[in-house]
Design a binder for this molecule. Structure first.
Ligand code: C2O
Ligand code: CU
Ligand code: CU
Length: 424
């Protein structure tokens, strides 16, 4: 519902069933029965209230990923609400447009809860974005991509660090087909997998046109033959189907790391009709301060991500050598200050990524070289390959309080690869 300057959503977190594989219903966890999750549309400066009722038999917490919100509404892992109770999250949306998402974050349970379905899309728009002639309305489509494993009964099966999640789902279906008109579409891609990195491309070999990332539009569009998305990352892309005659089939494919049966088709497009296309992609989408003009950093920190690599049955995840302890403040930063965070993956074989709550940051360097154009915008999640270091510039000017940072391969964060920072 919508009154005055606030939109109100009421969602019940509950068990449900979904027909993911054709002809078989499987148990899932849902926001209000939706699998994949609901889509919330929000506008900068206009408040959104989401009242969640917990109808499960376990505690939950809801985190709006990529948003700047005060601590009580951030969905901290320990700030859970019990079965049978409700919690209202207030989102003031005092930040520019961005393709956000929300998901469960209950301590140690986030990986399984997200895997079983507790994710949703939250599209925050603003005047700048609305003023651009990009594809809109039915031509602006959120696509959540993830992997999954089904057991012999066709039930969604979860075990931690499962290497056999061989089915790729796009909006909750294995390789669905999507009927498109011969014109431009904008797709808001989200990787909601627990571990999998995707490298997405088009079957006809034409590059994707990336226009946005985690924190909204890039400064300018960039042609990307293989778009790499690690868990939690988003990319806005435009695909122009007008080059294709009606009847063409085009496939969004994944060539990311994995066994041959784990790569392949993600989403099929069938061009079914001609259409006028008033949309266009501006050469300049927005302006951001150049890396050289960012506020001077007062502090440089080093963050090491690591995981047991010795094949033990219960591997642990560490940040700077420590397991997550919700009672410990790992990092204290001064409100309003800017810092450089050098984040290193010290594993030799295991990929990680890095997500900070509360703020969008800039990626200055990857492996000692300036970050590429796909990472030149505002980011909240960044991949870190084995042995690699990414250099981030972060400004903590949003809110004071305690927040977490973690690897967004949620099987890893649930193994301890998470820490708390305090802005004071
Ligand atoms: Cu999507 Cu703590 O993150
Ligand atoms: Cu987050
Ligand atoms: Cu990790």
């Amino acid at each position: 519902s919508s009154t005055g300057d606030v939109d109100v959503y009421k969602l019940t977190i509950r068990r449900s069933t979904a027909e993911i594989l054709p002809g078989t219903a499987t148990d899932v966890l849902t926001y209000d029965g939706h699998f994949p999750g609901p889509v919330i549309q929000a506008r900068s400066g206009r408040r959104v209230l989401v009242r969640h009722h917990n109808d499960l038999d376990m505690p939950v917490t809801v985190h709006l990923h990529g948003a700047s919100v005060p601590p009580p509404y951030d969905g901290n892992p320990m700030d859970v609400f019990a079965p049978g109770t409700s919690r209202t999250y207030v989102y003031t949306n005092r930040q520019p447009h961005a393709s956000l998402w929300f998901h469960d974050h209950a301590h140690h349970m986030e990986a399984e809860h997200v895997y079983r379905g507790l994710t949703g899309t939250y599209l925050l728009t603003d005047e700048l974005e609305q003023s651009l002639p990009l594809p809109k309305g039915q031509y602006d489509v959120p696509v959540t991509i993830r992997d999954a494993r089904f057991d012999e009964q066709g039930q969604l099966a979860y075990t931690m660090s499962d290497r056999n999640r061989t089915t790729i789902l796009a909006n909750g279906k294995p390789t669905p087909y999507f009927q498109v008109a011969a014109r431009k579409y904008r797709f808001r891609l989200l990787n909601a997998s627990n571990l999998r990195l995707f490298a997405l491309g088009l079957s006809d070999g034409t590059p994707l046109t990336q226009i946005g990332s985690d924190g909204g539009l890039l400064e300018r569009p960039v042609a990307v033959p293989a778009l790499v998305l690690s868990p939690g990352e988003r990319a806005d892309v435009v695909i122009d189907f007008s080059r294709h005659p009606v009847g063409t089939r085009l496939v969004l494919t994944n060539s990311g790391p994995g066994r041959p049966d784990q790569v392949g088709k993600v989403l099929r497009f069938d061009v079914v009709r001609k259409a006028d296309d008033p949309s266009s992609i501006p050469k300049v989408l927005r302006t951001l301060p150049p890396a050289t003009a960012l506020p001077k950093a007062a502090v440089t920190r080093h963050i090491a991500l690591s995981m047991d690599e010795d094949g033990r049955p219960d591997p642990r995840g560490f940040i700077n050598g420590r397991l997550y302890d919700p009672d410990r403040i790992d990092t204290t930063v001064a409100f309003g200050s800017s810092e450089i965070w050098n984040v290193t993956n010290t594993n030799r074989r295991i990929a990680h990524n890095f997500h900070l709550h509360l703020v969008q940051f800039r990626v200055l360097e990857r492996g000692g070289l300036p970050a590429g154009p796909t990472e030149a915008g505002l980011k909240d999640t960044v991949r870190v390959a084995p042995g690699e270091t990414v250099k981030l510039h972060v400004t903590f000017d949003a809110f004071r309080g305690d927040y977490v940072y973690h690897c967004h391969m949620l099987d890893h964060s649930a193994m301890g690869m998470m820490a708390t920072f305090r802005v004071r």
